[in-house]
Design a protein around this ligand. Structure first.
Ligand code: PHE
Length: 332
């Protein structure tokens, strides 16, 4: 058995074959194993002799197997190394990293500025009730102000919000003053896309309600905002305007500092560019939302996110924000 095993071990050309040799002799049904099993039927004189011999053979075969196994293992490892050679001089694959979208960068900055002034950030639904989008904001049915907004209607009572202002009403219904929030989010208007229009764009609503809030607070807050966003030498101009949900109302222009010397088309040569609508929250809006207008006053504003991003980066076409051309996105 020992010689047979030694011959088999020699002919095994890989570790798998070697393992079947081991099973053939030392496995449960192996030839040496059956001898050791059959010991019981031997006489008392034969048993120690045969037992000793069989054990010696087992030890020898195991030693031969171990030796052969080590040799084959090394051989297989060498072959594997040869076949799997890695050319470390090959150029690597370039991994392109994503980056934040310019609108996200500007929104992050706006959030930071208002967080710094004690505002918290809330969000609301884009599919909105006609009630919140218009009625609560003092724009009754059939009011001409509805036409200006080119509304997408879902049905008689439900619209895609045309501005973030409905969140003023939703928030005031649920929270008592002092209120200091900004509401970033997408809004929808059925405009034909061009360099300055998109049927979907982003606004950031601001709302402050407390005792003794004045137009001075509105002007101060928005002036700080403009200076932080566009640079300390930026100036703001408050132009009288009309919104149904604020009284008095104003549009705010910023001086076009960033465009200076860059031939920026946005300012159209006037040196000023409009960035937002604002005003003192209308008494009717406060009352619609269950806020005591004798005790509290407030201001609100709505900024166009795309608009301030265009100004900040000196871009002249809003569509660039939505096309996601990497050559554009890479620049931020
Ligand atoms: N909702 C107005 C708009 O979309 C902006 C605005 C917000 C004006 C809050 C005044 C107060 O044009």
């Amino acid at each position: 058995i020992k010689n047979e095993a030694a011959a088999d071990i020699k002919t095994a050309s890989n570790t798998a074959e070697l393992d079947s040799v081991r099973v053939k002799y030392l496995g449960k049904k192996g030839s040496l194993t059956s001898i050791l099993r059959g010991m019981g039927s031997l006489s008392n004189e034969e048993r120690p002799i045969i037992g000793k011999l069989a054990n010696e053979v087992r030890v020898d075969i195991e030693a031969l197997l171990d030796q052969a196994f080590d040799a084959l293992k090394t051989k297989e490892k060498n072959e594997k190394m040869k076949s799997e050679i890695i050319d470390i001089s090959m150029p690597g694959r370039v991994r392109t990293m994503g980056s934040k979208h310019p609108l996200t960068l500007v929104l992050d900055e706006v959030k930071d500025i208002f967080n710094g002034m004690g505002f918290s950030i809330v969000e609301g639904p884009e599919v909105e009730l006609d009630y919140y989008n218009f009625e609560a904001m003092n724009i009754p049915k059939n009011h001409p102000a509805r036409d200006v907004q080119d509304t997408f209607y879902i049905n008689d009572d439900v619209v895609l919000r045309t501005h973030t202002s409905p969140m003023q009403a939703r928030h005031m219904e649920k929270h008592k003053p002092p209120i200091r929030i900004i509401v970033p989010g997408r809004v929808y208007r059925s405009d034909t896309p061009d360099a300055s229009h998109s049927p979907v764009f982003n606004q950031i609503e601001g709302l402050v309600v407390d005792e003794g809030i004045t137009m001075g607070d509105l002007k101060g807050t928005l002036d700080v905002f403009a200076k932080k966003l566009f640079g300390e030498d930026t100036r703001t101009k408050f132009r009288p305007h009309h919104f149904n949900f604020t009284e008095p109302s104003a549009e705010v222009d910023v001086s076009c500092v960033l465009c200076k010397g860059r031939g920026c088309r946005l300012c159209k040569g006037t040196g000023w560019i409009e960035i937002l609508g604002s005003g003192m929250v209308h008494v009717k809006v406060l009352e619609n939302c269950g806020i005591d207008s004798k005790k509290y006053t407030g201001f609100a504003f709505g900024v166009g996110l795309e608009r301030i991003a265009l100004i900040k980066y000196g871009i002249d076409d809003i569509r660039l924000f939505y096309e996601n051309d990497v050559r554009f996105l890479k620049q931020f």
